[in-house]
Design a protein around this ligand. Sequence first.
Ligand SMILES: Nc1nc2c(c(=O)[nH]1)N[C@H]1C(S)=C(S)[C@@H](COP(=O)(O)O)O[C@H]1N2
Ligand SMILES: [Mo]
Length: 250
Amino acid sequence: MAFAYKQYDTTKQQVRSKTIIALTVFLLLMTGAVFGWRWLRHQPTQDQAQIPLRKVLNFNEVFFSSLFSNGNLAKSYVPAQAIKNPRVNGNEGISDGFDPAAWKLKVARKPGDTLYISLDELKALPKTEIIFDFKCIEGWSMVTHWGGVLFSDFAKKYNLDTNQKYAGLVTPDQGYYVGVDMPSMLHPQTILCYEMNDKPLELKHGAPLRLIIPVKYGIKHLKRIGTLFLSNERPADYWYERGYDYYSGL
Ligand SMILES: Nc1nc2c(c(=O)[nH]1)N[C@H]1C(S)=C(S)[C@@H](COP(=O)(O)O)O[C@H]1N2
Ligand SMILES: [Mo]
């Protein structure tokens, strides 16, 4: 049996008119993109993002937080899959002259009610390990292995009022600071971390204590926690102030 092939009788005239249509559509789209971009750039800003962009970011926050559930766990890996020497990224708030031996975690439970907690006291609490794919908004990710105390265990032990909507974390020199919604803080993979690859955390990775919060992008994993506080107002957030999304959820 012979196959019947469709015949294409493309004349020069047809090619010409198709080319003209394609070019016109292309030029219209490009003009739209250029004008759209100019329009966006001249929009007033809120928290360093043009208001139409900020609206999209706020919508993302409402949308993604509605999907949030403690049952949504980041995928776990086995220790052999973890990178031995993870890259170091971000040194805001990691200034010289810091003395880890003199460090204590300052916990502002309420105005006028402050605790100072040593690393040994934190290590006395049950240890939780997590091996997950750490994702930075710059576009890279790496499987890394961390150990520390679950924030939810810590909050119970020190009677923190987790009905507050947010936790704020700040470096000792106040150079870097993040705000995190309480459901994400209480997630069963969120730890106050003092170990990497079964060894004490190194200063460049945030010793004595950092946040590891797999439901968020890297920007929220604050290294070198000085102060932790709870609040119903959104705590200041370093990258939010520079135009990023506050929620930064995954
Ligand atoms: N104090 C502090 N913590 C920080 C940052 C920073 O600049 N300063 N950068 C964040 C970003 S953007 C990332 S991706 C991770 C990187 O963690 P690492 O250096 O241990 O790989 O740290 C986060 N925590
Ligand atoms: Mo990052």
